[in-house]
Design a protein around this ligand. Structure first.
Ligand code: GLY
Length: 423
């Protein structure tokens, strides 16, 4: 995975080869994004010997993500099972953040700030109102606020906005702090980092026994976790059941820093942050979001581009994001462009993740699938890690994940398959 600009987290360059090769691991996790790292950390805390295989852990889609924990404002028509999974994971977030912060002594910026979905013009208002009615029917905690009330809550919103949906329980986390903390937590709990690419699974007799690396080395293991995001289909030896439709959807995200203070500024004259809550916008049918951090910076996202495994940042992407953000919050013009990053969301045919333990009839018993989290990887991290570590220890997983097995893509007429069922 690649990002256009990043700061390498130090101290996670990988284990000495002698610590890793020749050892037998209880579990080898393929993919060092938040899903893989959190699963490795929790499995290791439960006493398992775990390795994470990734050439550049922490620097894939997780590094680009904005960190919105937003089951309500990300709810889409026809995705009720995903909503239940998202709500269950959102409920785990507070304890997950507390445990990670306690284990690492770091602040991951979990912030209970709520989210406002703002309608820019009358058509946007109509679309937002329909979404609001749908959310009310689902029993979600939302409130409609007028344009005036929205501006009282966030005075830097544009004067003409037509109203907003207020979701008080959609929060945020500072993703890059989260990634660094998970890397630290894994290292603290003696997870081995293997800075290589996994190329194949070996399951002689239908039982997983090793993960083969690009260098040709085999890591022998009792179980493997496939958590390689958009690359999860690129490993050889996947059982047929695990070969679900999966594609990368590029998202470009910008990090904006507050304007530098003038020489005469004092703490008293320092301007307040531009926003205090996450603001998502519908702007003449297009979507944009602004996630304000406690230090006054803002994460502005995101494009949605179907360009395969391309992580370049185009001028058009920058222009579109800034144009939409200015219409909603004109003051962003004064901010400083600090960083532009592209990540690849791993999307399945129904936008839901694949979270499952492969059974004896799959041909790869001992393989756990944890990929395809699309727009919700950060939000779904606690529940996915909880399910994965439970399965690795032979325990039952949370009920909410049961709807996210790979077999949902196998039945004729299922998402991503033609009516005759041929892949
Ligand atoms: N969940 C935000 C995004 O996918 O851009």
């Amino acid at each position: 995975m690649s990002a256009t600009q990043h700061t390498a987290p130090s101290g996670h360059e990988g284990a000495d080869a002698s610590q890793v090769y020749g050892r037998c691991f209880d579990a080898v996790v393929i993919g060092g994004g938040v899903i893989g790292l959190a699963s490795a950390w929790q499995a290791s805390k439960r006493g398992l010997a775990v390795a994470v295989v990734d050439p550049d852990p922490g620097h894939g889609a997780s590094w680009a993500a904005a960190g919105m924990l937003a089951p309500v404002t990300e709810a889409h028509y026809g995705e009720e099972a995903l909503l239940h999974l998202s709500l269950a994971s959102a409920r785990l977030w507070g304890a997950f953040a507390e445990e990670l912060e306690a284990d690492t002594g770091s602040d991951i910026g979990y912030r209970r700030c709520g989210t406002m979905l703002v309608a820019f013009d009358d058509d946007d208002r109509m679309a937002a109102r329909q979404l609001y009615e749908f959310q009310l029917k689902l029993g979600l905690q939302v409130r409609w606020v007028s344009g005036r009330e929205a501006r009282e809550m966030e005075p830097n919103l544009a004067p003409g906005i037509r109203g907003a949906l207020w979701a008080p329980n959609d929060h945020q986390v500072r993703t890059r702090h989260l990634v660094r903390a998970l890397l630290d937590a894994c290292q603290e709990s003696e997870v081995a980092f293997v800075p290589e690419r996994a190329v194949a699974l070996e399951a002689p007799g239908g039982r997983l026994s090793a993960v083969r690396l690009a260098s040709g080395i085999r890591l022998t293991c009792g179980a493997a976790v496939l958590a390689a995001g958009s690359w999860s289909r690129s490993v050889d030896g996947l059982p047929e059941l695990a070969q679900v439709p999966l594609r990368p959807v590029k998202g470009v995200i910008l990090r904006l820093a507050p304007a530098p203070l003038t020489a005469s500024a004092t703490p008293e004259t320092e301007p307040p942050p531009l926003l205090t809550r996450t603001v998502r916008g519908m702007v003449q049918g297009s979507h944009v979001y602004l996630v304000p951090r406690a230090d006054g910076s803002i994460v502005l996202g995101a494009t949605s581009e179907e360009r395969g495994f391309d992580t370049t940042v185009s001028v058009g992407a920058l222009h579109d994001l800034i144009r939409l953000a200015r219409r909603l919050v004109p003051g962003v013009t004064e901010m400083v462009l600090a960083d532009a990053t592209a990540g690849l969301r791993p999307a399945t045919a129904d936008n839901g993740p694949v979270i499952a333990a492969m059974g004896g009839d799959s041909g790869a018993e001992g393989l756990v699938l944890a990929f395809g989290h699309y727009r919700n990887g950060i939000l779904l991290t606690p529940i996915t890690a909880s399910a994965v570590s439970a399965w690795l220890c032979g325990d039952p997983a949370p009920d909410e994940v049961s709807a996210f097995g790979p077999s949902r893509f196998c039945a004729p007429g299922s998402p991503g398959l033609p009516a005759d069922g041929v892949r």
